[in-house]
Write a protein that binds this ligand. Structure first.
Ligand code: ZN
Length: 156
């Protein structure tokens, strides 16, 4: 199983043809393109982390006020882990979820606008990419795209 946050781009078969270095660069590009999503993800992570801390504080208060101390320290450990683990996972998964959505969004932008064939890795010639499937000429300027959006092959 893939660890959340690591090589998230490998979940996308469209990116299989590219090296890890190219994919990492592509993820940076996606982050720049969707920076507002990152701000939102960061805020969500803070909310989840605060919720986890709150649950931890409540768990500690309840445990320290339990005069009978049923079960002792083992119960305390279980309660504290149960209070914090789900929020810790949520914090990690939020970033992963947002990154996946952002990559998906980016990959949809670089499909042929007529037949949906992916134009990733196609060469840019005179500011355009020609779809090898249907011949559609995608003018990059028109859509605010650059060769980097396509991990475009360098012009010879
Ligand atoms: Zn096409």
């Amino acid at each position: 199983m893939r660890i959340p946050g690591s090589e998230v781009y490998r979940a996308f078969p469209e990116l299989d043809q590219f090296s890890d270095a190219q994919c990492r660069e592509y993820v940076h590009l996606v982050r720049r393109r969707r920076w507002a999503w990152w701000v939102l993800a960061g805020l969500l992570q803070i909310v989840f982390a605060l919720a986890g801390m709150l649950m931890l504080i409540v768990a500690v208060i309840v445990l320290t006020h339990d005069a009978t101390n049923v079960g002792g320290d083992a119960v305390a450990v279980v309660v504290i882990v149960a209070a914090t683990l789900p929020t810790g996972l949520l914090v990690m998964l939020t970033r992963d979820f947002v990154l996946r959505r952002a990559i998906r969004w980016q990959l949809a932008r670089v499909d042929c606008h007529r037949c949906r064939y992916t134009l990733l890795g196609m060469p840019v010639v005179d500011g355009s990419i020609i779809c090898p499937e249907c011949g559609f000429v995608l003018e990059l300027d028109k859509y605010g795209l650059t060769g980097d959006d396509f991990i475009a092959a360098r012009e010879e």
